[in-house]
Design a protein around this ligand. Structure first.
Ligand code: BG6
Ligand code: MG
Length: 225
């Protein structure tokens, strides 16, 4: 079995928007009268906007009606967009562009698989839209990670079998989504925060196709790149 496609999460993998999500949620929590820590923020990574709000309100032991939640979610998004609108390609994480180009020149298909409804705007801001063969984001899925829908849809659009896909994820919900879809997954970040990934990398600056290939052969995985 060969890997034919790589699927990338966006927030925290391609760009460090996770910090902007955190700032926006923290500001909202402060407005609601409670503190929201960086450790608690790990629970929100990869999770949809509305589910993130539910988790936040749970942490603060705050109850809101559905209508109030819609207003709060919109308010959080506006706080978040204040940062997104100021983004440019400088914010692409180290090594990402080179790695995407390297994969492409080695014939690997590339998809984006993000829970974010802001993914198209972010890709436009950082001028990276052209690097992806397909883009699946929060606007085109109905079940959020850890449901595998976002990645399965990416594989389907690329016309590649899930077993031939490798996912890059920085969130536990995303790692589970990949595994639930029958895909291999590399955790971007530390195994302290992430579990069950096949491998972990701190980032893309030391990764290339050749190294990835050697890696998998060395570890005698059931497939090769
Ligand atoms: C994920 C982020 O990629 O997208 C989550 O990790 C975020 O933190 C989710 O809540 C939804 O994003 P957005 O931009 O649609 O609010
Ligand atoms: Mg992420």
């Amino acid at each position: 079995m060969k890997i034919k496609a790589c699927l990338f999460d966006l927030d925290g993998v391609i760009v460090d928007t996770a910090k902007y999500h955190y700032i926006a949620w923290k500001e909202m929590a402060a407005g609601l009268g409670f503190d929201f820590t960086e450790k608690e923020n790990e629970l929100l990574k990869g999770v949809s906007r509305m589910h993130s709000l539910d988790i936040l309100l749970d942490i603060g032991k705050v109850t809101k009606t559905e209508e109030e939640k819609q207003v709060l979610a919109e308010k959080k998004n506006q706080l978040y967009l204040d940062y997104v609108k100021r983004m440019d390609e400088v914010e692409i994480l180290p090594g990402v562009t080179q790695f995407l180009d390297d994969l492409r020149s080695n014939g690997i298909l590339i998809a984006l698989g993000s829970a974010s409804k802001n993914a198209p705007l972010i890709l436009e801001r950082i001028h990276l839209e052209g690097k992806f063969d397909v883009i699946v984001d929060g606007n085109s899925i109905s079940s959020a990670k850890p449901d595998p829908e976002v990645f399965l849809k990416g594989a389907e659009l690329l016309m590649v079998n899930p077993a031939e896909c490798l996912v890059f994820e920085d969130a536990q919900a995303g790692i589970e989504a990949a595994l639930n879809g029958g895909m291999k997954v590399i955790g971007v970040g530390s195994s302290v925060n992430l579990s069950h990934a096949d491998h972990y990398i701190p980032g893309f600056d030391k990764l290339d196709y050749e190294l990835l290939s050697k890696w998998y052969q060395k570890e005698d995985m059931s497939y090769e790149l």
